[in-house]
Design a protein around this ligand. Structure first.
Ligand SMILES: [Zn+2]
Ligand SMILES: [Zn+2]
Length: 199
C-alpha cells in the first residue's frame, strides 16, 4: 500500500512506498512553527497550539514521480535541518538532517492530504507529542510517547545505515551524503526573527 505525496498545486507528486517504517508525531517546536510561518502557511499547517503533524520515515521510503525540480530547501540557521518545500505553491514537504547517513525524513502532513482520519487509518494514530514547552497558549499539551518514538526512529536510522538503504534518498545527489538536490537557503537574521514571531 502506498500513500500519495502532493503539493497543494499538484506540480510536485510522489509517494510513500510502504506504510511500515513509520512514526507519527506532533512537533510543537519553535523551529517547526517558524518554517510554517516563513512559508505563510501557518494557518494551514499549524494546529491551534502551533503543532505540526508529521509522518516520520526513512528517505528510501519516499519517491518523487513528478515535478521534483520544484523541491526547494531552507535552513533556519547554518546548522539547522534541511527544511524542504514545494517552491511552486509554498507547501511544506518535510525535514531531513543535512547528512544523508542519518536516514530520516519528517514529512509535514500538508503534503499527505489534510484528512487526519485518513492518515490515522493508514499509519495509525499519533502517539508522540514532542517539544510541548514551545506550544502556544497557557495550557501546554503533555509530552507523550517520546521514549518509544525516539527508539523507533533510531532503529530505522540504524537499520538504514547497516543495510546501506541510507544511500537511496531523493533529497541528495546520487552518490553523495552531503550535497542536497537543491541548495539550501539559510535564512538571514531578519528573516529568522520574522518567522519566529508569533502572530
Ligand atoms: Zn505546488
Ligand atoms: Zn519541530
Amino acid at each position: 500500500m502506498v500513500h500519495s505525496i502532493s503539493c497543494s498545486c499538484g506540480k510536485l507528486q510522489g509517494q510513500i512506498k510502504h506504510i511500515h517504517n513509520i512514526n507519527r508525531c506532533v512537533c510543537y517546536c519553535a523551529d517547526c512553527q517558524a518554517f510554517a510561518r516563513y512559508l505563510n502557511k501557518e494557518e494551514e499547517v499549524l494546529d491551534e497550539q502551533g503543532g505540526t503533524s508529521i509522518v516520520q520515515t526513512i528517505p528510501e521510503n519516499v519517491v518523487f514521480s513528478q515535478g521534483i525540480e520544484n523541491l526547494a530547501c531552507i535552513r533556519l540557521s547554518d546548522r539547522g535541518l534541511l527544511r524542504w518545500y514545494a517552491a511552486c505553491c509554498h507547501t511544506p514537504i518535510g525535514n531531513t538532517p543535512p547528512d544523508a547517513k542519518f536516514s530520516f525524513v519528517g514529512l509535514v502532513y500538508s503534503c499527505l492530504g489534510s484528512d487526519q482520519n485518513v492518515l490515522d487509518e493508514t499509519f495509525g494514530s499519533i502517539k508522540m507529542y514532542v517539544h510541548t514547552a514551545d506550544a502556544l497558549g497557557e495550557n501546554k499539551p503533555k509530552s507523550q510517547g517520546t521514549f518509544l518514538g525516539t527508539l523507533r526512529i533510531l532503529g530505522m536510522i540504524l537499520k538504514a545505515r547497516l543495510t546501506g538503504a541510507y544511500k537511496n534518498t531523493p533529497f541528495f545527489v546520487s552518490g553523495s551524503t552531503s550535497t542536497s538536490i537543491a541548495t539550501p537557503k539559510v535564512l538571514s537574521e531578519n528573516e529568522l526573527a520574522e518567522a519566529m514571531k508569533v502572530k
